[in-house]
Write a protein that binds this ligand. Sequence first.
Ligand code: C2E
Ligand code: CA
Ligand code: CA
Ligand code: CA
Length: 281
Amino acid sequence: YEAKTRGRGRAAFFDVQLRERLQRYLELEQDLRSAVDRGELWVAYQPIVNLHANRVGGVEALLRWTHPVHGQISPDEFISMAEESDLIHHIGSWALSTAIEQLAEFRTRHGLDLQVKANLSVRQLEDPGLPETVDEALRKSGLSAKSLSLELTESALMHDPATATRMLQELRRYGIRLAIDDFGTGYSSLAQLLRLPLDSLKIDRSFIDGIARSHDAKALVNSIMAMAHAVDLAVIAEGVETADQLEVLRRLGCDQAQGYYLGRPAPIEDLAATIDLADRR
Ligand code: C2E
Ligand code: CA
Ligand code: CA
Ligand code: CA
């Protein structure tokens, strides 16, 4: 009898937890719909260092949501939420045009030739109007197409390779650069990936993690890099958190690097200071 009550109590406890999680989800999803209009979304910028020139050559635009009650919500949480509905199109194009606009303004003000890298959701590949939307935002801002690089994860590219290929070719025709993000985390066929019209490859940070202490990890990154360079892709390392990791990447001939060691994502107001610090690493 006792065990049974305990069991029932536990079931009720999980039930409450589940209900709270569901409630939070539904509440956030509702709030996300008006987040853009209420000005709760903003873009953070993380410096990316060109390891040949030894200076910041670009920034990654990372979307942020400051919820009035719950504070910072992780993009991993709210972007997948937006992807479940059509909200991703609205939020995605807002993020893209905001990044283009803010960076164009920053470049003019500081006389810096920076590239902006922005993330695209797999769902945005479905939108045939995307290339034109991006082109319009570029024209309005005065930023050249080659100053924009769009990042797509391996899984986004492989979800529907035919549609992805058509979209990438179209974006390419406008002169926009394209990158594969989180490389190494998917199970895609390398041959298929290399058929896509890409300019660069970003090695996932899980591979960067061990390069300063493990020979195997370093050898793996080295071979990814050799393979990418063989087909003329520039290589970017993400998640660089220590001076030792940066040193290894430099020695291996990696082209670009980003990570907390070089600078954390920051609001546009702090970007100049963030770039100054990264330049000195
Ligand atoms: P991502 O594209 O792989 O972005 C890199 C993530 O790693 C960012 O997390 C960044 O803050 C974090 N990061 C940077 N340096 C380091 C480091 O040294 N160590 C560690 N541990 N992490 C580092 P964040 O900003 O939380 O974004 C998470 C993901 O959300 C992004 O992963 C991207 O997939 C997605 N995301 C962010 N903004 C957008 C957007 O505007 N559109 C779309 N579709 N997705 C976005
Ligand atoms: Ca990215
Ligand atoms: Ca990534
Ligand atoms: Ca990621």
